[in-house]
Design a protein around this ligand. Structure first.
Ligand code: DQA
Length: 146
């Protein structure tokens, strides 16, 4: 049975491509989704890709992922810096988590330097644009082929 990954995106990421292109680039979230599916297919993995602007919805999705996915790739967007609830949900899911940010948050405003998610993540990828998502999928791909 192919292993499945869950890719989750937080608030405002539906605006990718239109939103602050100097920071986030011109690619859309549909481009990110296509990139993730292509990377997963190379490793014979399947992938579910979602975005929400509602914190409770993201928390429900994380709860439902428990036992159903090999791992979670999450760009929590602004909730990275604010949400204990998302961190607690990820802990409760008991799945390996890779945190992804399109921009290098450490080069930006001080309030973006702290992440509630990083301490419970397997790893963090930031600053590589949308390629960071592909890198995260590749990591899970090489883990399962070991
Ligand atoms: C982001 C960085 C966050 O600080 C910001 O709030 C976002 C996107 C990124 O992908 O670079 O919405 O997570």
């Amino acid at each position: 049975m192919p292993q499945a990954l869950l890719v989750l995106n937080g608030p405002n990421l539906n605006m990718l491509g239109m939103r602050e292109p100097a920071t986030y680039g011109h690619e859309t979230l549909a481009d990110v989704e296509a990139l993730c599916h292509a990377a997963a297919a190379r490793h014979a993995m399947t992938l579910e890709f979602r975005q929400t602007n509602h914190e409770g919805e993201l928390i429900n999705w994380i709860h439902q992922a428990r036992g159903r996915f090999a791992g979670i790739i999450i760009n929590p967007a602004a909730w990275t810096h604010t949400s204990v609830a998302i961190r607690d949900a990820l802990t409760a899911a008991e799945l390996p988590v890779i945190e992804v940010h399109i921009s290098n948050v450490h080069k930006r405003e001080a309030f973006r330097h702290h992440s509630f998610v990083s301490p419970i993540a397997l790893g963090v990828i930031c600053g590589f644009g949308i390629q960071g998502y592909r890198m995260a999928v590749e990591y899970f791909g090489q883990l399962q082929s070991k």
